[in-house]
Design a protein. Structure first.
Length: 459
């Protein structure tokens, strides 16, 4: 990338304080490259570089840097500089900044906006958190059905400069109700005597302003669009959502799910910047729950203390059979959570999922059972106490593995379905949680099989 190639030059120019040359060089860089450069510079140099940028370029760069760097830059700027940047920002990116700030800080920045921009900012922040309304921007181009192609192009030249995108144009009636969308390509290729109505097919997709942001991600994925219109309850066009904002939402959702799969509360800040105490709090809750859950394992082992005391050899295989159940449950849980997240399966498919997991669990259990039996035989060459009841102990381990892996697979696959049915996040059925649950029940299964097969011999 250009910034990578020229960064040493920028740093040497900074050292010699040749700010004029830096200013000229940065005019040729893309906003993303400048944002990358700023992120790698010391804090006191970040403000120096940022102040060299022209107002329009500075606003674009500001939208590309992290939230933490945005705050740092704002602190280093005066009110007039901050107002210029905030007024130039895209409304959706500005909303993303303001909604992450404490209320008092957000109000101070809103007060710096021009009356028109302040009205837009307040309107967008007024929509529910995590709704499509928080993602949208009112910067779009709308058309009337009776316009000819020359009128459309004149309208685009006049009002299109500062719009979010010109890839798609939106047709509205006299009351502002959305009635169609048209690709700019169709306008450019249409004969001059055609009107907007001639290009319409009234086949369009729109988001509702109160829709959840996750539904926007699904819509973009399904319809393969770069932008989608946003309508209110009356069908009026009030904004658009672009794919770059939806990608940010998708990344946040994926990150949150990954955290939950690891039994960690979703982090509100990047790992590199979140305070240690906050991160410990996020991790401590689930660790405590899992620790308490593992206490049930100790209780289960205490319940079978008599059997253990008479056949201590059985304890050797406890980690073997228990870990297999936890691992199979974690696999099933992860697969089902991901399938639910991407829409591959729905709640109504629970019976289909259960059937598949019964078959999968049995096949995996039988495979591990055979391996477990062979392991018992192999260990008997090193442990004399196994040789007396070798076949029975081998069968105990084998049958236990079949049942525990089957139970782990069923538990792991059905728990996300149950949580989603109850309105909870399926990702909360994390791999560690499933493994802890299966550990307890796995012990019960293992010793029950042992009592059934070994009573009268080893027990």
């Amino acid at each position: 990338m250009l910034s990578k190639l020229l960064r040493p030059d920028i740093e040497s120019l900074l050292a010699s304080r040749d700010l004029g040359t830096i200013k000229e060089v940065l005019r040729e860089w893309t906003p993303a490259d400048i944002a990358e450069l700023l992120a790698d510079l010391p804090e006191h140099e970040q403000a120096v570089i940022f102040r060299l940028l022209p107002k329009d370029l500075a606003a674009d760069v500001f939208e590309h840097v992290s939230f933490e760097l945005q705050l740092s830059l704002l602190k280093g700027m005066g009110k007039e500089e901050s107002a210029a940047i905030l007024n130039e920002m895209s409304p959706d990116d500005r909303t993303a900044l303001l909604e992450d700030l404490p209320g008092s800080a957000a109000r101070q920045l809103i007060a710096l906006l021009s009356p028109d921009e302040r009205k837009i900012a307040v309107t967008l922040l007024g929509y529910p958190e995590d709704s499509v309304g928080r993602l949208m921007t009112p910067d779009f181009v709308d058309l009337k059905t009776g316009w000819g192609m020359s009128e459309v192009l004149d309208h685009i030249r006049r009002f299109g400069k500062d719009k979010e995108t010109l890839n798609v144009l939106y047709v509205v009636d006299d009351k502002g109700k959305l009635i169609d969308d048209i690709k700019i390509r169709d306008v450019l290729l249409a004969p001059a005597d055609k009107k907007v109505a001639d290009l319409m097919d009234e086949n369009f997709v729109a988001l509702h302003v109160s829709d959840d942001q996750e539904s926007a991600v699904e819509a973009f994925k399904k319809y393969d669009r770069t932008a989608l219109p946003v309508i209110d309850a009356a069908g009026s066009l009030i904004g658009i959502v672009t794919v770059d904002d939806v990608l940010d939402v998708a990344e946040e959702e994926a990150t949150e799910d990954i955290h939950k799969l690891a039994a960690v509360e979703a982090l509100d800040e990047p790992y590199s910047s979140i305070p240690i105490f906050s991160m410990v709090k996020k991790r401590a809750f689930w660790l405590t729950i899992l620790f308490i859950g593992q206490a049930l394992t100790a209780i289960a082992m205490g319940f079978f203390e008599g059997q253990l005391s008479r056949a201590v050899i059985l304890s050797i295989f406890i980690p073997l059979v228990i870990s297999s159940g936890g691992n199979s449950g974690a696999q099933a849980s992860t697969l089902v959570i991901r399938a639910l997240a991407v829409g591959e399966v729905k709640l109504a498919d629970w019976w289909f999922i259960m059937r598949r997991e019964v078959v999968s669990g049995l096949m995996l259990g039988v495979a591990l059972g055979v391996i477990g039996f062979l392991q018992v035989i192999a260990l008997s060459h090193f442990m004399v106490q196994l040789q007396t009841h070798l076949v029975l102990i081998g069968l105990t381990v084998a049958f236990s593995l079949v049942l525990i892996v089957l139970w782990g697979t069923l538990s792991g696959s059905m728990l996300p379905i149950l949580l989603k049915r109850l309105g909870a996040d399926p990702a909360a059925s994390s791999a560690p949680l499933v493994a802890t649950m299966v550990d307890v029940t796995g012990l019960v299964i293992y010793f029950s099989v042992a009592i059934l097969l070994l009573t009268g011999t080893l027990l």
